[in-house]
Design a protein around this ligand. Structure first.
Ligand code: RVP
Length: 501
């Protein structure tokens, strides 16, 4: 006879946190959100920790190198999407690893025989007023000079004038050599009253530019997630088909953490993939697995050697797996059961396995609920898709700016490996939709607010760290009526009144 769960499958919005005593030291500024991301022995530190408990989803419309840089600067991690060629994905990882805070690759480059017209055009395209002149017009060519708006007067000059006639030539430039620290570069910027310092290699080829304003923004990111060589940390998604070639390329590119990306991870394919990675790299390469929603799935992947477990089926905002296949479970119920399984495993083995709650975060407070229920970090798709840094188009629909956001199981992404059930390799039917999300601006501005909210809620719960929250939190189920009263009610909202008049 089939097994029936005695409890309904619950989601985050059905729960609230009940406040504990808030002591005087329980202030948002004292809350530390560091959290483990790979398994470790009880009492020891995880070899990789996040500075804030968020990851961006393994999706084409969310996590490319640009997103990964922006999120790691804020202390979280991106998993670069795997539904692209191995070469492209490895190149994205390489770009994140090469990124040096404050050192940027030049995006406005011309050759000496280009014209002032080209300068004007490139300025309009990139929005940057510093144009680099290299021998071959590439970002890493031999540096010949620099053009800024101080070098020409549009009202007087001919647009056909050649760049080499009015640029500031190399002989008059202040520059530095590769290997200089950001602090040293900044000192030179101040000493010589520069806006931009070119960094060149021993053959006079341009490597980076350092801008005065970038140094300031570096100081604004105290949570930056860096590896031992001070490079940004980045993850990548893999599948259970081409993992031998893909993992090899990603590891070579310097990836810090892998995650098998699948809508249903309780499979022998995943076990084989994890075992191959662990054997091939002597346990050195770290890999998360999932998604699962129960104790059995969790144990199976942990026994195979997974470093963290990702939880959630069908809860994603763009996901229609539940409708299409009748598979899934409420995200809250899944996290609660898997956390109990994790604690059991910890008791038996002395090993702590971090859990990632993936999908279905609708409100910021849902993140705190997930953490309180036992998750160590959350993975978000819709949330990050709304920002400037996501790889999708920003367009105007009905007078409002939106960004595109599509599921990995949609026809647009065609990520059949994520929904692979063995056999023929193609997407039989869609499990995701193509959609828009409201445009929300810069990642950092939004994330700062979210993090502040998380810290405030934790203070209400009397918790200064995530482990403390997990121990102390008191959660209550809410009735349908309480949910209704959770928002503004029984008042006439001014916005509505204005828009209807
Ligand atoms: P959300 O944050 O609610 O947008 O959910 C993002 C998650 O949804 C992803 O991390 C992934 O687990 C899942 N996903 C991605 N594509 C699809 C799909 O097409 N069904 N689902």
């Amino acid at each position: 006879m089939a097994y029936y769960y005695s409890e309904p499958s619950r989601t985050f919005s059905e729960y609230l946190l009940v406040p504990n005593l808030t002591t005087k030291e329980c202030m948002p500024s004292n809350v530390v959100l560091k959290t483990p991301i790979i398994k470790h022995k009880l009492g020891e530190k995880s070899a990789l920790e996040l500075n804030i408990p968020v990851a961006s989803a393994i999706m084409q419309s969310v996590s490319d190198d640009n997103m990964a840089i922006a999120l790691a600067k804020c202390g979280g991690i991106s998993f670069i999407f795997g539904s692209q060629t191995i070469e492209n994905q490895a190149e994205m990882v390489r770009r994140v690893k090469k990124y040096k805070a404050g050192f940027v690759a030049s995006d406005s480059n011309l050759g000496p025989n280009n014209t002032l017209r080209d300068v004007v055009n490139i300025k309009e395209k990139t929005g940057h007023s510093t144009v680099v002149v290299t021998e071959d017009g590439t970002p890493n060519g031999k540096l010949l000079g620099i053009v800024t708006s101080r070098d020409y007067r549009l009202s007087r000059a001919s647009l056909d004038q050649k760049v080499h006639e009015f640029m500031t030539p190399f002989s008059q430039l202040i520059y530095a050599h590769e290997g200089i620290s950001l602090k040293e570069a900044n000192d030179m910027i101040w000493e010589h009253k520069l806006n931009c310092l070119p960094i060149i290699d021993k053959n006079d080829r341009l490597v980076y530019l350092v801008f005065r304003k970038d140094y300031d923004s570096h100081k604004e990111n105290p949570n930056e997630l860096l590896d031992s060589q001070k490079r940004l940390v980045v993850g990548a998604g893999i599948n259970t088909r081409d993992y031998k070639e893909r993992v090899t390329a990603l590891v070579e590119a310097g990836v810090d953490l892998l995650c098998i990306d699948s809508s249903d991870g309780y499979s022998e394919w995943q076990s084989d993939t994890i075992k191959w990675i662990k054997e091939t790299y002597n346990g050195e390469v770290k890999v998360g697995a999932g998604n699962v929603v129960d104790r059995e799935g969790f144990r199976y992947l942990v026994d195979a050697g997974a470093d963290f477990i990702k939880v959630g089926i069908g809860g994603g905002s763009i996901c229609i797996t539940r409708e299409q296949k009748g598979i899934g479970r409420g995200q809250a119920s899944s996290i609660i059961e898997v956390s109990v399984a994790r604690d059991e495993y910890l008791k038996e083995s002395g090993i702590y396995i971090p859990i990632c709650s993936d999908g279905g975060i609708v409100h910021d407070y849902h993140i705190v609920l997930a953490l309180a229920m036992g998750a160590d970090f959350v993975m978000l798709g819709r949330y990050f898709a709304r920002f400037d840094e996501s790889p999708t188009r920003k367009i105007k629909v009905g007078g409002n700016f939106v960004k595109e956001y599509w599921g990995e199981g949609s026809n647009r992404a065609r990520n059949w490996q994520r929904y692979d059930m063995g056999g023929d390799s193609k997407l039989g039917f869609e499990e995701g939709v193509d959609s828009y999300v409201p445009y929300a601006g810069k990642l950092k501005d939004n994330l700062d607010t979210t993090i502040y909210k998380i810290k405030s809620t934790m203070c209400n719960c009397g918790a200064l760290t995530i482990p403390e929250l997990q121990q102390k939190a008191r959660l209550t189920l809410v009735s349908a009526t309480s949910i209704k009263e959770g928002g503004a009610h029984d008042v006439i909202l001014k916005e509505n009144e204005l828009s209807s008049s």
